[in-house]
Design a protein around this ligand. Structure first.
Ligand code: HEC
Length: 154
């Protein structure tokens, strides 16, 4: 069965190679790369649509431990999405500056990654401690970069 599958792969390579020989010159040019997807979401949308709901799930572990393996896996995946939000916030027009912004994004990403590790280990304490660090990372950035809070006394 395996030998059959391999030989059919060779057969199709052979057929494709055969096609190429007769190709007209204009068809031989490298195909144009498909356009890269454009990311247009703002940091505010990332907060509202991803970070806040995901963080609520991570913080919820302290109140009620996930019931089974599948529930833990969802918490781990949700925490990983916060880390991914950090990636989004480190690219494109969302990068406010190359200093504190990136430092604070990294703090959020690191805390979210630690929370994901805690959930993968199905450990309530580990997940909750990372959740506390996550909370601090939100707060630190907001004190400087959230317009509504930037005027608060330092
Ligand atoms: C690197 C900076 C940064 C980090 C880290 C960060 N935020 Fe934000 N957040 C912002 C900015 C900037 C805004 C304001 C966006 C705007 O209104 O244009 C904001 C806005 C918000 C808002 C207000 C939305 C509203 O209704 O006005 C909430 C709530 C929020 N973030 C939650 C979180 C949580 C929860 C975390 C951590 C898990 C977090 N943020 C991490 C930068 C950050």
């Amino acid at each position: 069965m395996r030998a059959l599958a391999i030989s059919s792969v060779f057969a199709s390579v052979f057929v494709l190679a055969g096609c190429g020989q007769g190709a007209a010159p204009e068809q031989a040019a490298a195909p144009a790369a498909p356009p890269a997807p454009v990311s247009t979401v703002t940091s505010r949308q990332i907060m509202l649509g991803l970070v806040i709901p995901a963080a609520d799930i991570v913080w919820g572990v302290a109140n009620e431990a996930p019931a089974d393996d599948a529930a833990w896996e969802k918490v781990a995946a949700t925490a990983a999405m916060i880390a991914e939000a950090g990636h989004l916030m480190s690219t494109g027009s969302r990068v406010v500056d190359q200093g504190d912004w990136l430092t604070y994004v990294k703090a959020m990403t690191d805390a979210a990654t630690a929370a994901a590790a805690g959930a993968t280990a199905k450990n309530v304490d580990q997940t909750s401690e990372a959740g506390n660090a996550l909370y601090d990372s939100c707060d630190t950035c907001h004190m400087k970069y959230m317009p509504a809070r930037a005027t608060e006394a330092k």
